[in-house]
Structure formats: C-alpha cells, structure tokens
Design a protein around this ligand. Structure first.
Ligand code: BGC
Length: 785
C-alpha cells in the first residue's frame, strides 16, 4: 500500500489581497484532451454546477485505511483518515455531497469503487472521482527505480514498463499516476535523484516522452491507459546543497536550457496533468508561480491539462512566507495556476468566501474546473466510473520477464579489472566456492527502492536465493554471511565474513543503501557506504580473494576506495522484484551488462553538484599557455580543487560490458552551413554525424553510442559539451556498424540572454562520438558569419 501520512495544517484567519489576471482559455491542443465533443460536454456540465460543486472538483483528499474486517469491504469506518485539519475531513461525506473531485493513494477496486459510488450515485450531477497514486516504478510488479531504468538508455523499454504499470494500476481503480518525475538532478546528495532520469536534459526528455507514451497509450479512454502527471514543476531538482525541499535560484537561461526541457518534452508528448513543486524558484514558490504556470506552461507551451499541487504545497505557501493566511495562500495558488489542491484543506475552506467576495473571480474557478472535467471526460470516467474485472494484487508472472529485462539493462558495470590476466566478470567456471557477503544480499525490502507502495515484499526474489541456486547449477557452492547491517556499527559479524572470504575462490559483496535512504526527504551530506560497510569491505578485501562489489543505491555514491582496491564493481540500483535472477544472469554472463550512467559518480562529496555538461570557466584546468599556442600549462590559479581532481570518478555515459568497442572515422556531412537555413526549417536535420563502431572482443555485446555537441563563439557561454543523440546497438564479435546522428535546429540551437532559442552565425561546433561523455574523437563544422 502506498504511504499514509498525517499532516497538520493550521487554520489561519486573515484574508490576502493579491490577485493575478488569469488568461482566457485557449482551445485545447493536446490531441488526447482536445475534442469538440469533450469541450461541449465540459461546458454543458459547468453551466449546471453550483459554486460548491465547482470548488469540489478542485479538492483532493485520500483515504487509505482498510476496514479491520477486510471481508466486509470498506465501510465508513475507513474514511476519516489522513486529511488534515482539526478533527480530520470525512472524504466519503464530501464525495457524497459532490464536494470532492479526486483522491490520492486510495487504491484497490473495493476502496475506489466504494468512493466512486458515493460520488456518482449520490450526487446531483454524478461527476466521477479521479483516483491518483504514486505509481513510480511499477504498481504491483516493481521494476528498477527510475534512475536505474534510465541507465538502460532504452526509451522503448521505459514505454513498455510504464504501460505495464498502467495496466496493473487501472485494474485496482487507479486512473491517474503521479509520474514521471523529470527533475534534472545534478547533486547526488538530493535523495530524489532516484526518481528521475539523471543529469541530462536530452536523455531526460527522451525518457519523459517514453513514460507518457506508456502511461497514456493512444487514447486516455483505453482501459489500460492512465493519465500521467509530470512532476515536480519546476526545477525541484536544483535544491540548494541537495537539501530536500530547499530553495532553487537560477538564471532564466539555465532554467530554459536545462531544467525545463524534460517537462516541455512531456507536455509536448501529451501529459494530461502536471504537478507543481514544493520549492521556490527565483524567490517565488513554484505552487504560486505565475511565470511558471501561466507564462511558460499555458501561454508558451499551450498546456490544456490540469495542474495539481504537490502534497500540501498550497498550505506551505504560508511557511514560505508569501501568504499570511489560508485565504491568501488559496488565492495565490489558484490564480497562479494550481487547479487542484492536494490535501491542504485550503481550497474547500477558503474558496467559497473568496469567490463570493469577488476576490477570486468566477472565471478563474471555472477555468480550473474545466481543466479537471476535461481530463475526466478524456479518461472516459463518465461512461465507466467503476472498475471491474480481475484485479492485479501481486506481481504478475508475465510482467516479471519485463521487470527482469529492465533490471538487467539498468545495471552499470563500473569497473572490471583483470585478475590473473582475465577480467573478473563474468564469473568463471573455476569459481567453485563463492562467498556472498553483505546486508543487501538477502533483504527483500531493500531491493525494491523508494516508492514501491503497492508492492508485496514476498514477490521479491532476493540475490541470495537466486545466486545459491545458480551457483549449484554451475557446480559451485555458496556461503552467505551478512557481515553487518546497512547502517550497522557493530563489527560482530566481520570475523565470519572474513572467514567466509578466506575459504572462497571469489567474493560477491552486496553493499549500499537501504530503500529509504533515497527518495523523498532522504538527502545525505555524506555519500559513502552507510554504517560500517566500508570497514567491512576493507576487512573482506584484505582476505586476499578477488571481490565483485555490487552497489545497491538510489544515487551515485563515493566509491573511490573501492575503485582503487576492488577489481569488479557493478552498480545495480534497486532492481525490483527480479533482483536475484537479473543479477545472477549478468554475473554469470547469460546476459551482458549494457547500462551507462546517467549521473556522474563523484570522487568526493565536495565536488557536488557534479555534472558533465558544465559551463567552461575563464581558467580551465588545462590553461592555454600564452607563450605556446596549442600547449597547456597547469598552474595554481585555475579552476580546480587542491585535494581532488575535477573530473568524475565514473563519468556520465560510462558503463562497461564483457566485450570492448572501437570507435573510428568520426565525421560530419558538411563543414559549413548557415544559421538562416537551420532556423527556417527547424524540423529538418541537414547534418549527419557518423562514426564506425566495432566490437573488438570475443563476445556479442550492446553498446550505447553517444553523440555530444559543443558550440563556441555564441553570445552566451555554452556547456563544454551536450548530449544530442544516442543509439543502443548490439554487435557480434568483430562486427562493425556505421552509426549516424541527424543534427538540425533542435540539436544545434541554444538560448540567448533574451531567453530566445537561437542558432547564431559565426560559431564553431565540435561533435564528439564515443562510449561516454569523455569521448575524444571529434569532427567540426561552422555556422557561416
Ligand atoms: C511528493 C510527490 C507525490 C505526492 C503524493 C509528495 O510528497 O513530493 O512526488 O506525488 O507526495 O504522494
């Protein structure tokens, strides 16, 4: 079951005095929401609604508790849970009066139908409820955390996973998912990096589109589609110092060029809803920010779906200090563009008086209601408000295969050094005695990661279970020692662990974070292995046997010691229900690892925020030597640390497999072109960058070929390089393939100081193609003066 929370909200007394004009509604442009028929029905219904009924559509509460006697089905005893305010709010009574529009984290056919009957059977206008839930990486069949699935660089896979989650969720009455999270994350201290696709806007946009396609299908009214809610708008991932819920402050250039890109991609892909964020952006809380929700989202992007606030974000406007009381928070949030108040208990209490006094104009309310009704009609809820048919209540066997493939594709082989002249992985047949050590090897709770609310832990196949079976099949034996707890301080288990290592041919260590060390409210100031796991690793390594380190984590960790002392390291994130089989497949080489990092792994936490697409400085670490053109000097007075190199320990895009690839003949189809030609046809791709990639090893393998672009001479400083294309290719030993990346206005343009997307004359471009963000082979072209 998803998280339950109780939050206290203070009832405040004063009325605010702030109002912003709301733009008149443009006609819908999202093909999944736009239809003359839907607009006619929305307007017809709206014309018949009372003020209370309208406000009801903008109110969201949850009810999550089951009746103690489950066989009796949910009853009203289950209903007074969670909503804030003195004495709580009875969601069921509100639904019966038509004063509740949607519910969150109310899951299961019994519970959702129960509330739906209240709304549909008892009310004058029979308006159905929407049921939203945090379906983040699967509903019952849990697949890897989003940072893991993104590491597959496989958007088609992400679409299939999202579709599978939608299908399962819909059987349990959920028709709206609070996903995907597309916040760009450059700081591994922030716990929510686990929920997104990492640090890059191009990859993040591709993944965002993939989720929307999977959740929403071709039509929202299909029985396997759910409405998506792209979140958290906007720039939540740039929280200062990586501290959860903290302030973000950035230039419009950075906002548009980096942070907004994936939200825009999701909106263009048709996301029916969007969630406003907790953070403030440039001094204005995102959930009361007309620049974000009006100017950008609605006016520039033409978004016609609904905006829901994050959990109690409307109430939190008082904590941000921009609202003196509940009325002013309500006024500011609604007029800035938050259509639905998630659980603040503010819209329902404050809006009637605000509208009656004329402080909030009726058209503002009408427009918000219109957006909610539009989504409900598009989902077909008026025709099919109830959920019928078999309900998925646990991981589905047919879905496990996809979850397993996703886990395998998500793993990133960070290092695979040779031991006795041969790469340690895959496990060789001669490893007859394996010691499996560590607190993550056998704990099903800590293999699924954060936000796995509706999961059953019994569904998880642990690493220990599968690896011992697999070792037996290979004629090997496996000894397991936990060694310590995830946050352990006792060394009582070390001696047995070291002993097990001594008696083995090879050691597999399963170390890392617990599921709840990443996700919401899980920022960390240290990025080491928690507890005394580092000490355990050092003690076991000192036993002298080759060590394969499996890192379970929801974020990049600092693995500098391990990188220097342990031959093989694989990042496995939190793999989900198929943890054991997926890891065993990859360890034994039945499946090749193929993931690549989507966040940089630092050498030290002091490097954070760390990301590959940095802006250049006037004093790069390799400082041009004024006396010798094309030569560099290293001096003290350059942009660097005294105590750690600037670069990542494992960079963005890095990931190994059991074969190797050679890149050659990187070239570009033209050496010059004009800015006018690119701007006049923004959809065309007049350039093509190519490279020849060869599998130089003795096994078939998959490579993620990456194309990066740098521009110099522009009016604004541009990153040292930016990802602008990628392709997953599989090559047999010795096979070569020419891989091409089409480039045009979208890939070559950037933002100028006036926040305009431009291509500028008299600029020079370098295109790099290779297997990571450190690719060196390059080709060049110019935009004519
Ligand atoms: C989180 C959202 C989530 C919402 C509803 C909030 O605390 O920030 O990501 O969708 O709760 O559970």
């Amino acid at each position: 079951m998803t998280r339950f929370r109780s939050v206290l909200v203070c009832g405040l007394l004063f009325h605010g005095v702030w109002l912003l004009a709301q733009n008149a509604a443009a006609s819908p442009s999202n093909p999944q929401l736009a239809s003359a028929e839907i607009e006619r029905k929305v307007n017809d219904l709206l014309a018949r609604m009372t003020l209370e009924e309208k406000i009801g559509q903008l109110v969201q509460y949850s009810a999550t508790e089951a009746h103690p006697d489950k066989s009796a089905g949910p009853t009203t005893a289950a209903l007074n849970v969670n909503p804030p305010g003195p004495g709580g709010v009875d969601s069921y009574e509100l639904a019966k009066k038509g004063e509740l529009g949607s519910m969150l984290n109310t899951v299961g056919q019994g519970l959702t139908n129960h509330f739906q009957h209240a709304a549909v059977d008892n009310t004058r206008l029979h308006i159905p409820l929407l049921f939203g839930a945090d379906v983040i990486h699967g509903f019952r069949t849990i697949f890897p955390v989003p940072l893991g699935t993104a590491s597959s660089w496989d958007p088609e896979l992400v679409t299939d996973l999202a579709h599978m989650a939608a299908e399962e969720a819909r059987t349990a009455g959920v028709d709206w998912v609070y996903s995907p999270m597309v916040d760009i994350a450059r700081d591994a201290r922030w716990g929510r990096v686990t929920e997104g696709a990492g640090e890059d806007p191009y990859l993040g946009s591709a993944i965002a589109r993939a989720y929307i396609r999977g959740y929403q299908g071709n039509s929202l009214s299909e029985p396997t589609s759910v409405a998506a809610s792209v979140k958290h708008f906007a720039a939540y991932g740039a929280a200062e110092a990586g501290r959860e819920y903290n302030t973000t402050d950035m230039s419009d250039l950075l906002l548009r060029q980096v942070y907004l890109q994936p939200y825009h991609a999701a909106v263009e892909a048709g996301s029916a809803t969007i969630m406003s964020a907790f953070n403030s952006l440039n001094g204005v809380p995102a959930s009361a920010n007309p620049y974000l929700m009006q100017t950008i989202l609605r006016d520039e992007w033409g978004f016609d779906g609904l905006v829901v606030s994050d959990y109690t974000a409307v109430m939190e406007l008082t904590h941000h200090g921009i609202a003196l009381n509940a009325a002013s928070a309500t006024d500011k949030a609604l007029t800035a563009g938050v259509d639905i108040d998630m659980n603040s208990h503010f819209y329902d209490v404050e809006l009637p008086a605000l509208v009656k006094s004329g402080k909030v104009p009726m058209p503002v309310v009408d427009e918000a209601v219109r957006r909610v009704l539009r989504v409900k009609f598009a989902l077909g809820l008026f025709d099919h408000p109830f959920t019928e048919g078999p309900e998925v209540t646990k991981a589905v066997p047919e879905h496990r295969a996809l979850a397993r493939r996703a886990a395998e594709e998500s793993f990133v082989l960070l290092q695979n050094n040779a031991v006795n002249g041969q790469s340690l992985l895959p496990l060789a047949a001669k490893a007859q005695k394996i010691a499996l050590i560590g607190p993550l090897a056998d704990d099903s709770r800590d293999m699924v990661g954060a936000w796995s609310g509706a999961n059953n832990f019994d569904d998880v196949r642990t690493l220990r279970q599968t690896l011992s079976e697999r070792a037996q099949q290979h004629g090997a034996s496996l000894i397991y020692e936990k060694g310590t707890d995830i946050s352990g301080t006792s060394t009582a288990g070390f001696a047995e662990a070291v002993n097990a290592a001594r008696n083995a041919d090879l050691v597999v260590m399963a170390l890392g974070e617990s599921s709840d060390m990443s996700g919401e409210a899980a920022s960390r100031a240290y990025l080491d292995l928690p507890g005394n796991q580092q000490q355990l690793l050092e003690a076991v390594q000192a036993a002298g046997k080759p060590v394969v380190l499996l890192v379970f984590s929801g974020r990049p960790l600092v693995l500098d010691w391990a990188a220097a002392h342990v031959p093989a390291i694989m990042e496995v994130w939190f793999p989900g229900v198929e943890t054991g089989p997926a890891i065993a497949d990859v360890l034994y080489g039945d499946t090749m690892p193929s993931g690549k990092l989507t966040m940089s792994f630092p050498r030290a936490v002091g490097q954070e925020p760390l990301y590959y697409n940095q802006l250049p400085t006037g004093r790069p670490i390799q400082h041009p030597d004024p006396a010798h053109p094309n030569a560099y000097v290293e001096t003290k007075y350059v942009s660097k640390y005294l105590d750690v190199p600037n670069d990542a320990l494992f960079p963005f895009g890095h990931g190994l497999t059991y074969t190797t690839f050679r890149y050659a003949n990187v070239s570009i189809s033209k050496s010059t072109l004009s800015a006018g030609e690119l701007t006049a046809a923004p959809k065309e791709k007049p350039l093509s960058a190519t490279a020849e990639v060869t599998n130089t090893g003795s096994r078939e393998g998959t490579e993620i070929v990456q194309c990066y672009v740098n521009v110099r001479g522009a009016s604004t400083e541009q990153p040292v390089r930016n990802l602008k294309g990628f392709a997953r290719i599989t090559l047999k030993p010795g096979e070569s393939r020419t891989v091409s990346f089409p480039l045009g206005y979208q890939e070559l343009s950037f933002y100028n100081v006036k926040s305009k997307q431009v291509v500028e004359p008299d600029t020079e471009y370098t295109v790099y193609i290779g297997g990571s963000s450190t690719a060196e082979q390059a080709a060049h072209f110019r935009i004519e003066p």
